[in-house]
Design a protein around this ligand. Structure first.
Ligand code: C2E
Ligand code: CA
Ligand code: CA
Length: 309
């Protein structure tokens, strides 16, 4: 940080140097970062969000959107992925990409994650009660690293299944590849316990992390979700096309179900079918929709729902 006459208190100079150090650490360390005012602004904004996030949970400012997951051959609904939104009273809808990392750093993800899981399960039970044909639909919920590390995660899931009355086989939990590498023994045991509850495990954003194939084989994993960076840009490079095809083949070989994320065009959909991909989601079908819109969709599909593989 460069000194200037703007600094009237030495503490502020040290504070700004500290902000630059943090920024350097975030870049992986072993580098230098020169402080600028933007960094201070960002820190302030983040502090504000942190505080507001605490309040938001108490004020019930979070809602869920539901993105349909579709059987590609049959064009039938097999379930939904629940995606959280923050309805900020002044700033409007805030993306989870912005607030989930803050919720993780502050530990707020634990109560928030619990609320998300509970709300998503309750919603699925509501659809199943309204439309008996929806009994084979699955709700897929994203888990954060912090949640997977909670020692009582399995007990929490079990309790939510019990209080909501959702059968375990109607719930899938999405975790990212990097979470598998964390502490494989503990994670392994936890996944095993979840699969004892009949809950499925999906690996989210597959292809962007560093899964060891032997892990995938050993761990109680059910689905691989092909990251949308490959799917949405399938025709932009041969590499993306190859990776997409390889993940689908890999899933088949390992007895897992591939779910393509971010299918945006009919051409992409066609290609995925040709590759033998069973399930998918994306704007070509639906963006994440409100619970009312999703209810209408379940109603529409109620006559021809197939079981989630
Ligand atoms: P994700 O789990 O990979 O979720 C898929 C994201 O892709 C969603 O963004 C969805 O709106 C978007 N998407 C779906 N179809 C398409 C498409 O065809 N094209 C494009 N370009 N995008 C598509 P969203 O809802 O903004 O969520 C972003 C991320 O935030 C999620 O990525 C997930 O990592 C995290 N997140 C969302 N909800 C939760 C939650 O309840 N708990 C946790 N821990 N994380 C969540
Ligand atoms: Ca996900
Ligand atoms: Ca994903």
């Amino acid at each position: 940080v460069f000194g200037s006459t703007d600094y009237t208190q030495e503490m502020n100079l040290l504070r700004d140097a500290d902000i630059a150090v943090h920024s350097a650490k975030q870049k992986g360390g072993s580098c230098y970062v020169v402080f600028n005012q933007n960094m201070h602004q960002k820190v302030l904004q983040r502090l504000v969000l942190e505080n507001e996030l605490r309040r938001a949970l108490e004020q019930h400012e979070f809602t869920l959107r539901y993105q349909p997951i579709v059987g590609l051959e049959s064009d039938r609904l097999v379930g939904f992925e629940a995606l959280v939104r923050w309805q900020h009273p002044e700033k409007g809808s805030i993306s989870p990409i912005e607030f989930i990392p803050i919720a993780e750093d502050t530990g707020l993800i634990v109560p928030l994650g619990q609320w998300i899981l509970q709300a998503a399960c309750r919603q699925m039970v509501c659809w199943q009660t309204q439309f008996p044909a929806a009994s084979s639909l699955k709700i897929s919920v994203n888990l954060s690293v912090k949640q997977l590390r909670e020692t009582d995660l399995v007990a929490q899931v079990e309790e939510i299944l019990q209080t909501t009355g959702l059968p375990g086989q109607c719930l899938a939990l999405e975790i990212t590849e990097s979470m598998l590498m964390d502490d494989s023994r503990v994670v392994n045991q936890r996944l095993k316990q979840l699969s004892d509850l009949a809950v499925q495990i999906s690996i989210d954003d597959f292809g962007t992390g560093f899964s060891s194939l032997s892990y995938l084989h050993r761990l109680a994993v059910d689905n691989l979700k092909i990251d949308r960076s490959f799917v949405s840009n399938m025709f932009e490079s041969q590499r993306n096309l190859n990776i997409t095809e390889t993940i689908i083949k890999l899933s088949q070989q390992l007895g897992l179900v591939a779910i393509a994320e971010g299918i945006e065009t009919p051409e992409q959909l066609q290609q995925l079918k040709a590759f033998g991909c069973k399930l998918g989601q994306g704007y070509v079908f639906n963006a994440p929709i409100t619970s009312d819109e999703a209810t209408a969709l379940v109603h529409h599909y109620a006559h021809h729902i197939t079981a989630f593989p």
